[in-house]
Design a binder for this molecule. Sequence first.
Ligand code: NBP
Length: 481
Amino acid sequence: PQANIGVVGLAVMGSNLARNLASREGNTVAVFNRTAAKTDELVAEHPEAGFIATKSYQEFADRLSTPRTAIIMVQAGRGTDAVIDELVKVFEPGDIIVDGGNANFRDTIAREKRISETGIHFVGTGISGGEEGALNGPSIMPGGSDESWQTLGPIFRSIAAVAEGEPCVTHIGHDGAGHFVKMVHNGIEYADMQLIAEGYDLIRRGTGKSPAEIADVFDEWNRGELESYLIEITAQVLRQVDAATGKPLVDVILDQAGAKGTGAWTVQNALDLGVPVSGIAEAVFARSLSSKPGQRAVAQKVLPGPSDRWTIESPEDFIEDVRQALYASKVIAYSQGFDEIIAGAEEFGWDIDKGDIAKIWRGGCIIRARFLNRITDAYAADPDLTSLVTAPFFVDVVTAAQGPWRRVVSMAAHAGVPAPAFASSLAYYDGLRADRLPAALIQGQRDFFGAHTYKRVDKDGIFHTLWSGDRSEVESEGSSH
Ligand code: NBP
């Protein structure tokens, strides 16, 4: 028999995705891995999947019905390029190569350009949901051509997570659009995790509650508007007890957060695009700070904190304040993330439906959450929404959170508890709504030292003050820079 789809790369993600594909009616899946032992192992462990094991790229290609469709799930970067080089040799025009790894979208754009010259379709596809998602239904963000989507659409729809009856997949846009959106998804994930971590830290230090007690708080939150996968697993992590010591597991885990780079990419590209994703950036930086044990050890000894003790009058009220601050800050993180998607779409010429993106994040992926429906609603009501946080529903959220949000951020500063994502989200919010910003002063400074010119509020034109002369103002011919 021939396979209608193939998977290359049988580590955690690839093997689970292959099993997911094989479990769907009508699919026969060919599998290939560089190290053949892994292929044998997978096939032996899962006879029910009916895999076609292949031991060379040629055999892999021969066992696929044409036009061929193959999904690559290997280490992003060099691994992906190595596999592509081999597949291009044995595939034919009209065949489809899907890269399901966490590729940098700029690499995806370059790869598609290169591969399309051979007549083979290349489809960079973001796949979220980790190991479990790959097996039971991920959120899928494909880029690539409209033509390849004709073939891939039904396959992806059959294996994707389902949220409220709808499969969590949509054709995001051409070439690198899928990997770009997956990147921003991961950035939002960083922010969401950081906000939850700050909330936990504030509650623990402010109320003295144990991790298990705080797990109950998160369980409670998960029954309300904050309902989400990350809140749910936070409760489970906090409740976990270390078998060796009997302590809460969270107290024996080294407090240095790792990162694989997609959060940093989100921030790097936001800087390039000029989009302030401050909440996401703080989340990435917070992980970097945590992973500097040398600096932290020295600072811990010499840098003082506030001298007065932090007292909280009502733990219940404080916890509710933290919940509201978390919700409002989370709205800001999403608002910033969508700003980056909008800017990326404009820069790279993608036709992206924002509401659809919120929809496909409702299931399968790490940031799945109840409130994503509200984002879809917001963009449905106004596709040209200038920023998500100004949609009526989210205005209500941040309006209700005003007092709590400000109390929590000032209390954290007062108590010396780091809450960078809470604080920067609030600062962004206040910046966005300010009627005047001190950017006017910055323009004055720039004009002073670099003759960079400025515009005026009261008339058109570009102006410069003769700072080193008589300090009169002249109208400038050149453009403002
Ligand atoms: P890894 O990222 O650990 O990669 C291991 C796989 O890459 C193995 O199959 C390995 O083959 C293969 N490989 C390498 Br390394 N170099 C190769 C080469 N030159 N030629 C052929 N194959 C090569 O696997 P993973 O953790 O399953 O992740 C796969 C992809 O999915 C990555 O891009 C990752 O970033 C992404 N990912 C996504 C999520 C998510 O939630 N969406 C989670 C985790 C990972 P070998 O067996 O011969 O060494």
